[in-house]
Design a protein around this ligand. Sequence first.
Ligand code: UD1
Length: 423
Amino acid sequence: MDKLLIHGGTRLDGELRASGAKNSALKMLTASLLANEPVTISNVPHLRDITTMIEILGSLGVEVVVDEKMNIEIHANTIKSFTAGYDLVKTMRASFLVLGPMLAHYGQAIVSLPGGCAIGPRPIDQHLRGLQALGARIEMNEGYVHASVDGRLKGAHFSFDFCTVGGTEHVMMAATLAEGQTVLENCAREPEIVDLANCLNAMGADISGVGTGTIVINGVESMHGCTHRVIADRVEAATYLIAAATTGGRVKVKEAQQEHLEVVLTKLEEAGAEITVDDEGIELDMKGKRPKAVSLVTAPYPAFPTDLQAQIMVMNSIAEGTATVKETIFENRFMHVHEINRMGANIRLEGNNTIALVEGVAELNAAPVMANDLRASVSLVIAGLVAKGDTIVDRIYHIDRGYEQVEEKFRILGAHIERIHSR
Ligand code: UD1
């Protein structure tokens, strides 16, 4: 398993380009199953999760053509099987979202349950309830969800019990080919959902209200091909901004969108960063200062994203003052805390492991560390960048799931970081 070796203590300084958003691109690949013609998605990041989704489409018999610039062309009408198997689905929760589009287009789909995940149980009850509201028959059999419908799905009024990103996307995709109108309430509002809806509308869907709590979908009989460019990855962009803030440095992330990062930028300003936004992207400058600790609560968009909680925890761990970080989206998403504490941080967990009390320390010290999820792993890289000495971050296949060319990008910013390949 590859590891990253980081020689800490360098202030980050430089410019890089944000990659396309993984969480948009993955859903667009599943959305292509709705179309009768080829769909081309561009600005797709070169990531392990994207490869997994391409493999899943391939396992259905769908032809996928990827060019050297990661433009991906999907010919859904070449589909030969309606079963997505356990071996692929278990590795990535987002793969479950092939179910709705297959069901809506072909009237049938058998998809393995995504199974447990390192950041809590993450059930799919809202996905299934939404699809059932559209008239889907759902049965569970030996770890697989069997979904079917006679004819087309039927438009319906459905309200989610709570905000779910995947649930909103899944039911919205299925409703595009339903007969009549669907009104979805209590929807999640993440920019990736808006991006997905724009892609679906370019394929001929009729969706309005995305980005608000109520989405209205007027079902269409068929969907055609389109070309769609994925938005910039706000989580990746903010990860580099937070890394720069943690090291007292400066970074410009080109293509990063301010309107997707309002709350995060406000928190970084509170920490003492100077933020400049122009047509090219977002620049953060700490001017060599130590950050001030910032308290926050993770919650659905537009609030502070859970996917940046681990990274900002590291910034807080070496900040001036104390902070409270509350996680409200996932259970068990503080696994990085024990690892950062092993590097000398002073973080205490309370409230049944949902609240972290961070007392900033003057410095962290290098240590061998590892984590079991994507964002926790990258937070340990940030810890390594600011720590004294050489940190080895193990199990970085998690980082490769979501961060394109992570060590190259950090090196562009002046970091001393290298990948240790092992078999
Ligand atoms: C997506 C993102 C992930 C991000 C998360 C929250 C992708 C590929 N992943 O994940 O990076 O951290 O949004 O912003 O886009 N839940 C249920 N039942 C359901 C669905 C969800 O109980 O049917 C729970 C989950 O366990 C979790 C919470 O709802 O506690 C939010 O999950 P959800 O918004 O669905 O996250 P994902 O779509 O899985």
